[in-house]
Write a protein that binds this ligand. Structure first.
Ligand SMILES: Nc1ncnc2c1ncn2[C@@H]1O[C@H](COP(=O)(O)OP(=O)(O)OP(=O)(O)O)[C@@H](O)[C@H]1O
Ligand SMILES: O=C(O)[C@H](O)COP(=O)(O)O
Length: 403
């Protein structure tokens, strides 16, 4: 792979450089609640702009349905990028249309522009190679060179991640280089005991990863939304908690395999349950109750691990040499359901293990709950991406950056 250093060394004055970033930041309306992913791509954008390139930054945000949707506009992220760079950042109100072309045309050497959400275009995420390729052709019109730096999206076979680099000279940005460097340590030479803590809401993506992790980790702690599919697999009532029904047989097999192979699979022994998903806007008190994991009432929803599980999970992290954590233990955005995530974060800080926290929401949780992000070994900007990397899968966005 060619690195951005090689590109900079060759000189980029006046060159239009397309930077595929992951600016998929958590938003409360138009307010960015955690700008970690924007800060993570600053070294790349800044180095290119300082070297006189015309920098075209592109990203997805959320999961809009292939058409413009103001709720998923990148405008707030573009504004924040400008603040962090301390320069004006131009914003194109479309991705490859008149606004994008004019904005890029108007860039001075050293100027930076952000184009609107890639996923406002059906071609970006299409499973059809021709449709994706056609969109990549249009993206290619915006630039002379491609720099891949959206680590959080490298596991997606999307036009801007996979097809565009094939159309332009391509380089690896600073963020992807750092991320891969750290994650390689967990695959090539992991110090044991190796404990993986999994939570979050993207249950179907993450359940698949456990298949591989069962071969690699010594212990796996399950929390967050995915825990309830495990509790269901054990035959428990889980009320209206998040459930991936079609995955129950798969999870039953995971539980059996873990027993056979001696991997310690740790499930919550209790849960904090509420009548409904809490209001994250008003943060109105949710009045949760703690119940045993096998006694979740049919009309209740599990939204965090309970107090006994907090103690249990902390104890399962103390002797670890390496910990990879992806996905909050509960709906940490609401104070009533943040304790499980806090307990795991605190246990990681208390343990001498090398700790990697992966995932946009997990990293945001650590910062929003007041922990010092520098106290962790590494905070990865990729959730699904880091998990699939650890699985040993070929990631489309990394394969595409190879020569
Ligand atoms: N029991 C639960 N029920 C529903 N949602 C939950 C539960 N526990 C955690 N969550 C939600 O999971 C979300 C984070 O999940 P996600 O899988 O996206 O995490 P991530 O891997 O850190 O992020 P990403 O994959 O976006 O990089 C949070 O918004 C949190 O509220
Ligand atoms: O949040 C993430 O994990 C990345 O930005 C990728 O987003 P996606 O899961 O919607 O593809």
């Amino acid at each position: 792979m060619k690195t951005i250093d090689e590109l900079l060394a060759a000189g980029v004055t006046g060159t239009r450089v397309f930077v595929r970033a992951d600016l998929n930041v958590p938003l409360d309306g138009t307010r960015i609640t955690d700008d970690g992913r924007i800060r993570a791509v600053l070294p790349t954008v800044k180095a290119l702009a300082d070297a006189g390139a015309k920098v075209v930054v592109a990203s997805h945000l959320g999961r809009p349905k292939g058409a413009p949707d103001p709720a998923f506009s990148l405008a707030p992220a573009a504004a924040r990028l400008g603040e962090l760079l301390g320069t004006e950042v131009a914003f194109a109100t479309d991705t490859v249309g008149d606004s994008a072309l004019a904005t890029v045309d108007g860039l001075a050497d050293g100027g930076v522009a952000v184009v609107e959400n890639l996923r406002f275009n059906a071609g970006e995420t299409s499973k059809d190679d021709v449709e994706r390729g056609a969109f990549a052709d249009r993206l290619a019109e915006l630039a002379d060179v491609y720099v891949g730096d959206g680590f959080g999206a490298v596991h997606r076979k999307h036009a801007s991640v996979f097809d565009l680099p094939a159309r332009l000279p391509h380089y690896v940005g600073f963020l992807i280089a750092t991320e891969v460097g750290v994650l390689k340590k967990l695959t090539d030479d992991v110090q044991r005991p190796y404990v993986v803590a999994l939570g979050g809401a993207k249950v179907s993506d993450k359940l698949a990863v456990i298949d591989e992790l069962l071969k690699k980790a010594d212990r796996i702690l399950i929390g967050g939304g995915m825990a309830y599919t495990f509790l269901k697999a054990k035959g428990y009532e889980i009320g209206s908690s998040l459930l991936q029904e079609d995955q129950v047989p798969v999870v039953v097999e995971y539980i059996e395999r873990a027993e056979k192979t001696g991997v310690e699979l740790v499930l919550p022994v209790d849960a904090l349950v509420g009548a409904a998903f809490p209001d994250l806007k008003t943060k109105a008190p949710a009045n949760p109750t703690a119940v045993a994991a096998d006694a979740i009432p049919a009309d209740r929803m599990g939204l965090d691990i309970g107090p006994e599980s907090r103690k249990l999970y902390a104890s399962k992290l103390t002797d670890a040499a390496t910990v990879f954590w992806n996905g909050p233990m509960g709906v940490f955005e609401h104070p009533d359901y943040a304790e499980g995530t806090k307990a795991v974060a605190q246990a990681l800080l208390d343990s001498p293990a090398f700790t990697v926290v992966g995932g946009g929401d997990s990293a945001a949780a650590v910062r929003l709950l007041g922990f010092d992000e520098n106290a962790f070994g590494h905070i990865s900007t990729g959730g699904g991406a880091s998990l699939e990397y650890l699985e040993g899968k070929t990631l489309p966005g990394l394969a595409a950056l190879e020569d």
